[in-house]
Design a protein around this ligand. Sequence first.
Ligand code: LLP
Length: 471
Amino acid sequence: MSTHEAGSLHAQGRAPAWLEVPQDVNALLQQIWPDTAHKGDDGVLRVGGLSAPEIVAQVGTPAFVLDEADFRGRAQAFAHAFADAFAHLAGARVHYAAKALISVGIARWLAEDDLAVDVCSDGELDTVLRGGIAPNRVTFHGSNKSDAELAQAMALGVDLIVIDSLAEIDQAERVAAALDCQPEVMLRCSIGVEAHTHEYIATSHEDQKFGLSVADGSAAQGVRRLAEQQRLQLRGLHTHIGSQIFDTEAFQLAIRRMARLTAQIEHEHGLNLPELGLGGGFGVAYTTGHDPLAPAAIAGRMAAHLEQECQAAGVAVPHVTIEPGRAIAGPAGVTLYTVGTVKPVTLDGGFTRLYVSVDGGMSDNIRTALYGAEYSATVASRYSTAPPQLSRVVGKHCESGDIVVKDEYLPADVAAGDILAVPVTGAYCHSMASNYNAIGRPPIASVRDGLLTVLVRRETMDDLLARDLFA
Ligand code: LLP
């Protein structure tokens, strides 16, 4: 028995405020699981028509499992919501942010469903092209693009290149001249909006590396530079205020500032800016502590704000692009692990925390260590009658910060061999995975209607050693 003698509820005081002791430790909190996920009376998790043990029998653990219908449903919900909400204005297009999660198979879904994509490296660009995304459906981002990346993007004819610095204007002009092309660009502006999110993923306050600052005059200087030359065609302004944002006022403020900036530039330079990039950043529920808005509500509010702010600024409403990544990929993904060592650790005051080790960790989910991200977990392979015990899910890496789920109530009888599932791992987990401790990265398996497809296979020891010229 792993709980403290005072009982499992003894641990309550150490749990974060949002974490409630579950009535039934087997139950799924439906709002944080993919659409097709459910548990039967046997306590076994099913997703995409397959049980967790069936998935594990096919691909092992740890494994990223992607609910295809959920992913595609969310992408389409964003596409339709923005198309509808902006139809009476100049329209809007959704570019899925590939950085959240991409593979050739995923790019194929996006191509089939007519989504556009945003990429920020030649690797992401190559992946989406191989999946059949047309270059003119791609926006190319990056705060330190190489000449080769710019040349590739220009030669392919991507829809837009988003300029991130004054230096990049000269660089892009030079590369375009060598190719004798006239690419369309947006200018990424940082507009001093402090969105309420983790410091490392807030991107439009002043003291950070992205975009051209409006406050210090770089943005105005960038526009002047662009207006002076003939090569690069300025189609509009762009801003991305950060990621995992629930604060709708931050988006509203961003729209106000961008509308005013657009008006000011059009007025001062006699330029026409028909496009406005508003980035991504829409928050998702990792735990019951989060309550995100549905795409239709986000789109409706943004369209209303844009109309109002453009009218106030005296400027025509531009066509809008948005770039959601997390809100499409995040909730569609679940990581399956196998439990190994289970260790009760008794702390001051007799409080016991149960450390539940899994066969992955910070190499497949760095977000907990990097951002203090909060996750949830459930035993996915059986029903338990044991009481809830405050637990910490940790990995197999050699450091104490190797935490996957900092606080969760798991059944007190959780044991080696159980399958543990962690939801909302579709975004920024596989894409930020590493080989720390020479551990191979997990596969991505998509599931749909009882069928499993391996999109990306597990990394083998040979893969790990492939670059080691002495192996
Ligand atoms: N557009 C631009 C220009 C971006 O830089 C980003 C994310 C997005 C769109 C997509 O944002 P999303 O809708 O996914 O929030 N690794 C961090 C997130 C970094 C986001 C970087 N840029 C995390 O795991 O939370």
